[in-house]
Design a protein around this ligand. Sequence first.
Ligand SMILES: [Zn+2]
Length: 97
Amino acid sequence: MSMSSSLISKVHKAKLYADDPTRVQFQDFTLTVRGDNDTHTISLNQGKWHCTCRAFRDDDICAHTMAVERLLSITIPPAYRQGEPFSSSGIHSNPLL
Ligand SMILES: [Zn+2]
C-alpha cells in the first residue's frame, strides 16, 4: 500500500517544521523531572513557572525549572524565560535567541 500524496506532503512539511524549532512555542505544560532525591512536578502556566521542590518555594527558581528551560531552549517563548543558561557564577552569560 502506498502513501497518498496528501500524506507525503504532510510528512514533508512536518520535517521542515521540525527542522526549525523556533516555530514551536510551548505555552502551558506540566512535566516531571527525576532529581537526585525525588521526582518533582514542574509546570509553566500563563507564563508562570512552578516546581514542587523546596528550593523553588524559597527562590522562585530551581535546578528543575532551569533544567527544563535548558532542554526546551528556544521553544520557550522569550517572555517566559528565566534566563537560562546561567554561568556557574550566576551571571547570565549567553542569552538564548
Ligand atoms: Zn524544583
